[in-house]
Design a protein around this ligand. Sequence first.
Ligand SMILES: Nc1nc2c(ncn2[C@@H]2O[C@H](COP(=O)(O)OP(=O)(O)OP(=O)(O)O)[C@@H](O)[C@H]2O)c(=O)[nH]1
Length: 321
Amino acid sequence: MFANKQIEKYYRQCETLLNFTGVSWWIIDLEEAPDVFYCNKTMCDTFHLGNDIQHSISKTCPIAGDYNKFIAIKSSVSAQEIYKEYDDLKNNKIAEYDNRFPYYDETKDKVLYFSSRAKALVRNEFGKAILLLGIIEPEAVNEELYKQASIDSLTGLKNRRAFDSQLQFMLNLAKRERRTISLLMFDIDHFKEYNDCLGHYSGDLCLMKIAGLLTKSCCRETDIVCRYGGEEFAIVTYGDSHNTLRLAENVRRCVYESNIPHPKVASGRVTVSAGYISVLADEHTTPRSLIESADCGLYLAKRKGRDQSICGLKVNENLAG
Ligand SMILES: Nc1nc2c(ncn2[C@@H]2O[C@H](COP(=O)(O)OP(=O)(O)OP(=O)(O)O)[C@@H](O)[C@H]2O)c(=O)[nH]1
């Protein structure tokens, strides 16, 4: 089954050395059979590749994490970038290939996250890779622990820590795929007075209700909804400013129409203000620039009287210093 004795020897060695639970790996002989990769059983099981350990790279590219139709990275631009990195690795311009990718597992109806790394095991006298080895590991090995560390216990939404890592991750994908990324920030209006008047326990219930409304308003699998802090919530999504304004307004209206009584304000009900930003991600886009821009919109929404959604100014971190 193996193209030659050398690749078989390395495959057997990897079987012994890389026999860790949940770790997938693959190996390619670029000289003798550049379109073929051999992988371990874990990789076959994880990515539903059947029982065969031998596969075609052009059909199931392990280095791109492009497992047929299930991978989130689909554009030809990102594929080009991935192949450029692959070429750089082969030609010794980079020592290691590093990637993170989401994979939609149809059988579990769930998006799983993996990190993928590759290295040359053998190079020729000119530095060109002869044998490549790649390792793929699940990002959340202990799902329950991961959940506990990333979930806000009051609302069940993702917490700030999870938000930070998800924002960075979605931004990386947006840059790679030249997509528009949007950040929306929501803040409950006059919440101090709500707490002061109705008590902290009612305040907690109100936060839980609003968290539920936010979740209901986001229907895309890729949308990230989180409790940013105190009485502030955030959504990260892909989509242009038109769609983002629509989402912000949906949430704002939904909260208004829920008619949660607030005895200390003129409307008699709880409202939220929203600030948002949508940018075509480029090298200047950072989590900080997105947060500052959305925050700027939120500040304006509060200043203009609350219960409204306003687009923030674009902040270029290079200029902002
Ligand atoms: N009940 C409850 N209250 C919280 C929680 N986290 C933050 N808060 C309260 O949220 C309130 C936020 O008040 P402020 O930042 O003054 O803002 P605000 O009263 O909403 O005023 P505007 O934002 O200007 O409309 C504070 O009273 C906090 O104690 C929480 O987990 N539970």
